[in-house]
Ligand binder design. Structure first.
Ligand code: ARG
Length: 467
């Protein structure tokens, strides 16, 4: 048995090199510490390859059976924690192949026929990212479900809508939350696009040029759930655009989460006091006993930096690489694995926070009128009822806002005399539309914030995103 281990290792250095690699060389070369995450994909792809080699008569059925059985054993060894990963065997591919040699002897050496680690790793990583995309879709959907629930509950809760973080117009909290449901819907759409484009099989491209063996690339592609084999062997082993697409959509999703996180941080501050974080998602301070910090939201916001960094890092790694494979590409895995773990955690934390937050609806409503937030309603009334051109209405309203400011009141605190002192045509009817409820209710245009719209949008969102 020990003889076979040596054979496996000689497979890489044995024939060509007299001396052993230096320790530093071994360390910089090894990827096993991170690419061990690819074990399941590596094994399933090897089984599909071995089966195809037997079906095309390139290896015997007995050898293929032995290989497949041995790989099953390795899978359970890895999953039970019994597998001994070795740095000197560089990566997951050589670790698995070497162990296969120990388990089944010479037949193991036939597995690498018509294959290279170059097409092998490209295949493994595509399979891994495909699974990661499916996981991301489920996690994003869970967050959408939490947001939709809260939107339904708060379809008529009035809050300030901001532009420039200045009070702009009253909106409903439900409408605000549904905005994030839309963003997440597009994030999920990008994941679907990415999955569709990456779902082609590199296996059979071999080192870079294809192979002289009569392989069946369609069969392997089908067995692994790919739509088809990749059309160009050089492209197959050398591009990592699928990883870049994954990191790009991840970065955009992280930015969406970060913006929501930032809002949660603001809403939970004493100054806003719109929302209250449940104990399960709050932390205390080591020195200030009164503190109740929204750390999870801050961390979602903070981790976005590393997600964006992962995308930038891989873009830079790839930008100067001549065709085809270069060892630089080994660096593609860490950003992908880290981003996946980060996003899963952030999505779960966000789902928990959104589900558990409580809102001070009185406070939000009181704040909604601040800063003359119904000024646009007044201007719209002047246009509608007095047939004023909008620019003139804007001017008249501006004068009234200045007057209210001087008197230290809101717009609905002005008397009819005050209003008529600026324009004689204004009637008492206008006094009824200057409160925040009417302002929100009146915005019933498609996609607008009115509570009735929110109820309909919630029902639609459930159908579009949760069914
Ligand atoms: N560990 C390598 C990687 O992740 C596998 C491919 C090695 N190919 C090679 N020609 N040295 O990229």
């Amino acid at each position: 048995m020990a003889k076979n281990v040596n054979k496996g290792r000689q497979g890489i250095r044995g024939g060509r090199f007299a001396a052993k690699a230096s320790d530093v060389m071994e360390e910089i070369n090894a990827s096993i510490d991170f690419d061990r995450h690819l074990y399941a994909q590596d094994i399933v792809a090897s089984q599909a390859h071995a089966r195809m080699l037997a079906e095309t008569g390139i290896i015997s059925e007995e050898d293929a059976d032995a290989i497949s059985g041995g790989l099953d054993t390795i899978l359970s060894e890895i999953e039970s924690g019994a597998f001994d990963f070795k740095q000197e065997l560089e990566d997951i591919h050589m670790n698995v192949e070497s162990r296969l040699g120990e388990l089944i002897g010479d037949a193991a050496g036939r597995l690498h026929t018509a294959r290279s680690r170059n097409d092998q790793v490209a295949t493994d990583l595509r399979l891994w990212v495909r699974d990661a995309l499916d996981g991301l879709d489920t996690a994003s959907k869970n967050l959408q479900a939490a947001l939709i629930e809260r939107a339904d509950e708060h379809s008529a809760t009035i809050m300030p809508g901001f532009t420039h973080l200045q009070s702009a117009q009253p909106v409903t909290l439900g409408h605000h939350l549904l905005a994030y449901v839309e963003m997440l819907g597009r994030d999920r759409g990008r994941a679907v696009d990415c999955r569709r484009r990456l779902n082609e099989c590199p296996l059979g491209a071999a080192a870079l040029a294809g192979t002289s063996f009569p392989i069946d690339r369609d069969g392997v592609a089908r067995a692994l759930g790919f739509d088809q084999p990749m059309a160009n062997s050089m492209d197959a082993v050398s591009d990592r655009d699928f990883a870049l697409e994954y990191l790009s959509l991840a970065a955009i999703l992280a930015v969406h989460l970060s913006r929501l996180a930032e809002e949660i941080v603001l809403w939970c501050s004493q100054q806003f006091s719109y929302a209250h974080m449940p104990d399960a998602f709050s932390t205390g301070s080591s020195i200030m006993p009164q503190k109740r910090n929204p750390d999870a939201a801050e961390l979602v916001r903070g981790k976005t930096g590393s997600v964006i960094g992962a995308l930038t890092g891989l873009l830079i790694t790839l930008k100067g690489l001549p065709m085809t494979y270069g060892k630089d590409m080994q660096e593609d895995k860490v950003p992908v694995f880290e981003v996946s773990a980060t996003l899963n955690l952030c999505l779960a934390a966000m789902t928990g926070m959104v589900g558990g937050m409580t809102f001070d609806t009185e406070r939000m409503k009181a704040d909604a009128g601040a800063g003359f937030a119904t000024a646009t309603d007044l201007a719209d009334w002047l246009v509608r009822e007095l047939d004023m051109p909008f620019r003139e209405a804007h001017h008249v309203t501006g004068k009234l806002v200045t007057m209210a400011e001087k008197k230290g009141t809101d717009l609905d605190g002005l008397s009819l005399d005050d209003l008529q002192s600026v324009d004689r045509r204004i009637t008492g009817d206008v006094l009824g539309i200057l409160n925040v409820d009417d302002a929100a209710n009146s915005r019933s245009s498609y996609g607008g914030t009115a509570p009735g719209n929110v109820k309909k949008a919630v029902a639609k969102a459930r159908k579009r995103f949760l069914s």
